[in-house]
Design a protein around this ligand. Structure first.
Ligand code: MCN
Ligand code: CUN
Length: 796
């Protein structure tokens, strides 16, 4: 009789364990950067530029220095004496820490004041007198490449214009030939507007340099503490072992907390100069105006089609507006992230993508927002293009997708842009989604409603997305290979601590990593504590973004637990007085093969590791694993929305949204559902209400929550989630694929396609996001496309 433990009861794989971190979060006992107070701590505030593009003729800080309680006023000139006026970005560009020559976007950091409290520091910032000579402003790629455009990055000797890169991938000639064979060529142009992750907690840091020990400790809001440690070591030329980066609880990251920001650098230098801890906490406007912008890309595409619906080729061109500094965090081989993951779900013989990146007088953009390196833009364009193509062919939306899907037995599949997808059941997911939404019935209802003047629409979005960078052969950031790690220590009483190189920001790692240990070792999840985010204790890792934690760090957790199990097996053989080959494992217990009643628990093995190990065995039960995944993981998703559009106001309501996500084996089904719901909510916000735009002078419209809207429970629609399709990842030790970004990536197209479907027959082909009521109303009333980023509109 098996005496294996019940995996769900001990909180193993598949258990919808309540999130352990919520015990402190919902009691208000989280420990965020701003909760930390150190003895003798000073406070830093940043003076930002009111203008988008101007030469700095002078900065007079004397009045700020005179204010009692001010300890230091930092300017670019002072930073320059330490070689810190500029810093390298994660995309091999440079970014001003504090402006010296020019300001290049509204909100750019010009000076900092460090004072006894934040109020004094803020007042002192206002006392700094800066004289600007305004320059012409560029707010989009078209202006950036226009004749006579001012060169924004005249600080770089080699830069003669505003183009950052021209990059291409795919087979241009083959694509050309395929287009020549096409029966139908479908075209689409759209703009994915600038958006902002807008986590509840803004960015911040507390730098604490101790002259006596030479140690620099920095508490900061970072999704990748080890990368920051390396960056500080290399840029500030401090010895790496004397730098400790601690990322305490993070109040949401969503990509906003991947890049290195000037505020971090200034607080570090200030602490070194003053030899006191210096705290910088960004305010909401600072966060919305200067950090972590995503998207802002114009996408143009064509699809070559055979009359029967077969896709022959795809051509994409895009113009990305990166703002004043090219600071995307992305694998170094790729200039436009993984935009070329577009169309990976479809069997397309040949494709070509050309991308141009340009500077503008806007805050650094394209950075990352729940996207796995521009996958959001890729999948949005893909699914809008699929809808347009099906319409041009007069084909059913679902049928067109199904016919072009990569088939279940066609894996591994090489995409026309060179990715290798390895598993999925795309048609099955689509079937589940269509059934759940009541596809046939809705189409009938839609036709009947039409006759009565009501506009109903249905939008489908189906996609597979690459989550979990590395492998290290192809993926690196600034030359640092993308792998991850886990360290497991089992104490003598069988309790354990697991540490990884990832950093949770709300995703629930403290809950789920314990579940993986539980699955591998049979130690109850509640006996395993998870710790991340302290570079002095966590093993080296690349951090949490691109939904890489489960695919990479999570895999390392399973692998290190297996190393521990291998050693425990030797301990078990010793305790049972049999040879190792005669020992069998079942969850939580080793037993003698010929006498299953004779066994020892994993806890007994742990005790033996400290009290009764065999001669010659190294004591203790701990280990570390580094994991370099063979491939990315490729979850698949189907999102289907139905909407009703009010033709008299342009307001649209979601009637139903169905989500079918296949992310392989689910570690914690409840957490996975939370991730999907969060993503669908953000997708709804992007499609429906959110935009950050710029007027002709480069003033940022959207730097506060009156203009930039966050959806609350009140306006967010309900979602129906389906989990019945599970295609395990063939190379992940527990078969899991990433999920953290899927719904934010695939969701927007479902909503937009639904509204466009409601407008079918009116001749309107595209409305750019956000689909604000006035834009939808304009499209319906004037029967025309509405494009561009309001209020700077392409048709004005
Ligand atoms: N999970 C699971 N089973 C799977 C896959 C994942 O149970 N098959 C669980 C994981 O164990 C983890 C969570 O789901 O607890 C998300 O896992 P994963 O897909 O690996 O993503 P990451 O942990 O790497 O999180 C990053 C991802 C990104 S890149 C953004 S952006 C984003 C997102 O997560 N930011 C978030 N979700 C967020 N959720 C919250 N609450 N806050 C953020 O800042
Ligand atoms: Cu693209 S935002 Mo997440 O990868 O941190």
């Amino acid at each position: 009789m098996s005496q294996a433990l019940d995996e769900i009861k001990i909180g193993g794989l598949g258990a919808s364990r309540k999130r352990v971190e919520d015990n402190r979060f919902i009691r208000g006992k989280g420990n965020y950067t701003d909760d930390i107070t150190l003895p003798g701590m000073l406070h830093m505030e940043i003076l930002r530029s009111p203008l988008a593009h101007a030469r700095i003729s002078s900065i007079d800080t004397s009045k700020a220095w005179d204010i009692p309680g001010v300890h230091l006023v930092l300017t670019g000139e002072m930073m320059a004496t330490r070689n810190l006026a500029w810093m390298p970005t994660l995309s091999y560009d440079t970014q001003a820490v504090l402006a010296t020559d020019k300001v290049r976007f509204q909100g750019q950091e010009v000076a900092c004041v460090i004072a006894d409290d934040p109020y004094i520091a803020k007042d002192a910032c206002e006392a700094i007198e800066v004289e600007y000579e305004p320059l012409p402003v560029i707010v989009n790629p078209e202006q950036a490449v226009a004749e006579g455009a001012p060169v924004i990055r005249d600080d770089k000797d080699s830069q003669r214009d505003n183009v950052i890169y021209d990059w291409e991938v795919g087979d241009a000639a083959g694509t050309e030939r395929a287009f020549a064979q096409a029966d139908v060529v479908s075209k689409l142009r759209l703009h994915y507007p600038r958006s902002h992750p807008s986590p509840i907690e803004c960015c911040g840091s507390i730098a604490d340099f101790n002259r006596a020990t030479s140690k620099l400790t920095v508490y900061m809001t970072t999704q990748a503490p080890h990368i920051i440690r390396a960056a500080v070591a290399l840029v500030a030329e401090l010895p790496e072992h004397m730098i400790r980066i601690i990322s305490p609880d993070i109040g949401g990251g969503f990509g906003n907390k991947v890049p290195v920001y000037p505020g971090y650098v200034c607080s570090i230098l200030a602490s070194i100069l003053l030899e006191r801890p210096v705290k910088w906490i960004e305010d909401k406007t600072g966060n919305l105006i200067s950090t972590g912008f995503a998207r802002d890309i114009y996408l143009d595409g064509e699809m070559a089609l055979r009359r029967d619906g077969k896709i022959l080729a795809v051509r994409m061109r895009c113009d990305a507006d990166h703002g004043a500094f090219f600071s995307d965090a992305q694998p170094s081989k790729f200039k436009i992230g993984l935009l070329h993951s577009a169309f990976a779900a479809y069997d397309i013989p040949v494709a070509h993508l050309a991308a141009r990146g340009t500077y503008s007088n806007k805050a650094p953009g394209g950075v990352a927002y729940r996207c796995s390196f521009r996958v959001t833009e890729a999948m949005f364009f893909q699914e809008r293009m699929m809808q347009a193509a099906a319409d041009d062919l007069g084909m059913d939306q679902a049928e067109f997708r199904r016919m072009n899907f990569v088939k279940d037995d066609d894996f591994p599949h090489r995409t026309p842009f060179g990715f290798l997808t390895d598993s999925g059941q795309y048609a099955k997911c689509l079937d589940v989604g269509l059934k759940a939404i009541g596809y046939e019935d809705f189409r009938r209802e839609q036709a009947e409603a039409r006759n009565r003047g009501r506009l109903l629409g249905l939008g489908i979005s189906t996609m597979t997305e690459p989550l979990g960078a590395g492998n290290s052969r192809e993926y690196d950031i600034l030359g640092i290979k993308m792998f991850d790690s886990a360290e497991l220590k089992v104490h003598m009483t069988g309790k354990a601590i697991i540490r990884t190189g990832a950093r949770t920001q709300g995703q629930g790692h403290e809950t789920t990593w314990a579940q993986i240990v539980s699955h591998e070792l049979g130690i109850p999840a509640e006996d395993v504590v998870v710790e991340e985010g302290d570079t002095d204790t966590a093993p080296f890792g690349m951090g949490t973004y691109a939904s890489r934690s489960t695919p990479v760090a999570g895999a390392a957790v399973a692998m290190v637990a297996r190393k521990i199990r291998a050693k425990a097996r030797r301990l078990a053989a010793h305790l049972l007085e049999v040879s190792e080959e005669d020992v069998e494992w079942e969850l939580g217990r080793f037993y003698v093969r010929s006498a299953p009643d004779r066994g020892v628990t994993i806890q007994e093995c742990a005790m033996a590791a400290y009290s009764n190990m065999p001669d010659g065995m190294e004591p203790g039960l701990e280990n570390t694993a580094y994991y370099d995944p063979p491939n990315l993981t490729w979850p698949f998703a189907v999102y289907i929305a139905t909407v009703e559009v009010d033709p008299s106001t342009g307001v649209w309501d979601v009637l139903k949204l169905v989500a079918v996500d296949d992310c392989g084996v689910r570690i914690n089904p409840m957490i996975v559902e939370g991730q999907i719901m969060g993503g669908l909510t953000e997708a709804y916000a992007m499609a429906n209400m959110q935009f950050i735009t710029f007027d002709a002078e480069g003033n940022c419209v959207g730097s506060n929550y009156m203009d930039y809207l966050l959806p609350t429970a009140w306006e967010t629609p309900g979602f129906e989630l389906h989990s019945e399709v599970v295609t395990p990842c063939p190379h992940h030790p527990i078969g899991a694929k990433g999920i953290g970004e899927c719904a934010a990536v695939g969701g927007p197209a479902a909503y937009v396609n639904a509204v466009m479907d409601a407008l079918s027959g009116t001749g309107v082909r595209n409305i750019d996001m956000p689909l604000l009521p006035d834009r939808v109303w304009e499209a319906i009333t004037y029967r025309r496309d509405v494009s561009g980023a309001p209020p700077v509109r392409s048709d004005d």
